[in-house]
Design a protein around this ligand. Structure first.
Ligand code: PLP
Length: 387
């Protein structure tokens, strides 16, 4: 008899299964579906990055096994970018590791620092990998609810003492998926102080740092004094440079934390294709205008969609970062029920908030990663919705 291992059996149920089933039914009925469910940019990767890859592929040096921790030239480019963008100094040899997409690093990190029975403090609603990586390492996720009244920031000071004693890692992610919330410097300062007092590793997921629309750019947790004693930060090329398919990211910060993750990786993968890292160097050095164009596109889409949603009486969480909208479902609906209505009456696919954890119930998420024309069509359909 073939039997799944306990860690697979223990995975939370797949909450999107019902939506996927409905989506398939609608498509087979010929409905013109607009999919605002996934956070996968529709805008192509900038041309200079594609050309850098084309050139790099021709180089036989890149056809062999890459180095486990990543090319030094790539890690140097990451360190230079952190210095330019955040004013943070990193030693490329010891404080940067190349990832095969940030998901890979996030999932593997607990294997280096969590023993069976240890606790990992995981936000909810959230990107599901924090919890799943914890479970795979034999750890226990302890849920930190993200509530609107707290600006979707976790109340880490409320964690009971007995849990705190067993806690090894706290995950934070700002600008946040799915709520689009951002964190303040005060929040990060208090978090680092508390983590140092309680000897808890801070793992910051900064995947959306470059998708911002206000005057204040999102910050890196490593900008906080003392953060490098206790923190690691995960970053991704996926959202910043429209490179989801390329699988490139990095983890930076405390030397021991980076080395621990590197140790796991050395034993389970053999690094990212060097040609992809060469393309990454080009991406990190793109002119600012290139990235501003991407932000402008999302900004325009965001305003059009927020206006349409407000016209039909829906409440969008106000934010000036990420390409997600986090919206309250109208009174009397669950997240799943309302998302079903949008699918049935508008042919629009959205993600129910409870798909990101129990505290996401009562909300749904819209992703602005479809061509503007399609998004405007979605806007028209939503305006006709009678609530
Ligand atoms: N972190 C967050 C918050 C995300 O939303 C995603 C992807 O959706 C990732 C990390 C993973 O990004 P990647 O593995 O493509 O670098």
């Amino acid at each position: 008899m073939l039997e799944y291992a306990q860690r697979i059996k223990a995975l939370p149920p797949y909450l999107f299964a019902q939506i996927d089933q409905k989506k398939r039914e609608k498509i087979s009925q010929g409905v013109d579906l607009i999919d605002l469910g996934v956070g996968d940019p529709d805008i192509p990767t900038p041309q200079p990055v594609v050309e850098a890859m084309q050139r790099a592929v021709e180089n036989p040096e890149h056809h062999r096994y890459p180095s486990y921790e990543g090319m030094l030239s790539f890690r140097q480019a990451v360190a230079d970018w952190y210095k330019r963008r955040f004013g943070v100094e990193l030693d490329p040899q010891r404080e940067v590791v190349t990832l095969i997409g940030s998901k890979e690093g996030i999932a593997h990190f607990p294997l280096a620092f969590v023993n069976p029975g240890d606790v990992v403090l995981c936000p909810d609603p959230a990107y599901p990998v924090y919890k799943i990586g914890t479970l795979f390492a034999g750890g226990e996720p302890y849920i930190l609810p993200l509530k609107e009244e707290n600006g979707f920031l976790p109340d880490f000071k409320s964690v009971p003492k007995d849990v705190l004693k067993r806690a090894r890692i706290i995950w934070v992610n700002y600008p946040n998926n799915p709520t689009s919330a951002t964190a303040t410097e005060v929040f990060y300062k208090e978090l680092i102080e508390w983590a140092r007092e309680n000897n808890i590793i801070v793992a910051s997921d900064l995947a959306y740092s470059e998708i911002y629309f206000g005057n204040e750019k999102p910050m890196s947790i490593l900008q906080i004094e003392g953060a490098k004693d206790i923190a690691i930060e995960f970053h991704s090329f996926s959202k910043t440079f429209n490179m989801t398919g390329w699988r490139l990211g990095m983890a930076v910060g405390n030397e021991k934390l980076v080395a621990g993750l590197g140790k796991v990786k050395t034993n389970v993968d053999s690094g990212q294709f060097q040609a992809v890292q060469e393309a990454g160097i080009t991406a990190l050095n793109l002119p600012e205008e290139e990235l501003q164009k991407i932000r402008d596109t999302y900004k325009e889409r965001r305003s059009a969609m927020v206006k349409a949603l407000e016209e039909v009486g829906l409440k969008v969480y106000p934010s000036d970062a990420t390409f997600y909208l986090w919206i309250k479902v109208p009174k009397g609906y669950t997240s799943a029920e309302f998302v079903s209505r949008l699918l049935d009456e508008c042919g629009i696919v959205c993600t129910p908030g409870n798909g990101f954890g129990e505290y996401g119930e009562g909300y749904f998420r819209i992703s602005l990663t479809v061509p503007t024309q399609r998004l405007l069509e979605a806007v028209e359909r939503i305006k006709r919705l009678k609530l």
